[in-house]
Design a binder for this molecule. Structure first.
Ligand SMILES: C[S@@+](CC[C@H](N)C(=O)[O-])C[C@H]1O[C@@H](n2cnc3c(N)ncnc32)[C@H](O)[C@@H]1O
Length: 213
């Protein structure tokens, strides 16, 4: 599946379905992100860019916690829903409909880039460009935090049963993550996360944290 097809997949879902029907929407920020906020790993007042922000669940959570947040997504419909969510909560978020491979933000201007589920939408050939764009917008020492699907699923690859599993074909290995980001970042953390018991099929992903060199 090409990135353009992935983009079309998301755009179609956002324009035709309700948020409760998106299989990736959790309705809440991830426990990892909440922990980074609560422990001060994401410093107070930081300027944050949430890439592939979808309907803005995490962008709005971050804005509620006083951060200066920009939510970026390739889907106009997702961003429209994000605007409604921010309005409902009465918070300000800057919204951008854009491709993460060409972020319309000036270089060295962002403290933290958050990514829940965007990296695994990017084709292998475009990963270097993706990493370069994130490094470009981040200030030196800035944090990139990322969660993505892993290929570490028992019985991998997933059977192609639903759209969700098609997307899982982009599940990546730890080696691929290290190869993608090590040139411009130092790795703070790379851990396998799952909601399944050992050996079972289910959700397997990576959570990783990187600081720009
Ligand atoms: C798995 S969803 C995650 C949404 C959101 N981060 C969340 O946690 O609810 C992946 C998101 O990445 C967006 N996306 C995929 N490719 C993109 C690209 N090239 N540029 C910007 N956004 C992209 C999709 O539109 C989708 O909203």
């Amino acid at each position: 599946m090409k990135s353009t097809q992935i983009n079309e997949y998301y755009k179609k879902k956002y324009s035709t379905l309700k948020p409760s029907q998106y299989e990736w929407t959790s309705g809440t920020a991830s426990p990892k992100l909440i922990n980074m906020v609560e422990t001060g790993v994401i410093p107070e007042g930081a300027k944050i860019l949430d890439i592939g922000c979808g309907i803005g669940t995490e962008a709005v959570y971050l804005a509620l916690n006083g951060y200066d947040v920009t939510g970026l997504d390739i889907s106009k419909d997702a961003i429209e829903k994000g605007k409604q969510l921010a309005e409902f909560y009465g918070v300000e978020v800057n919204w951008l409909v854009a491709d993460v491979l060409g972020i319309p933000i000036k270089s060295d201007s962002i403290d933290v880039v958050t990514d829940r589920g965007c990296f695994h939408c990017i084709r292998a050939e475009q990963r270097e460009k993706f990493a370069n764009e994130i490094a470009r917008v981040l200030k030196q020492g800035g944090l990139y935090t990322m969660s993505c699907f892993s290929n570490q699923v028992p019985g991998n690859p997933y059977p192609v049963e639903t759209d969700h599993f098609v997307i899982n074909h982009f599940g990546v290995s730890s080696k691929e993550i290290l190869e993608t980001f090590s040139a411009s970042f130092s790795c703070e953390k790379l851990e396998l996360i799952t909601n399944s018991k050992a050996g079972e099929k289910g959700f397997y992903g990576w959570h990783s944290m990187w600081y720009k060199l």
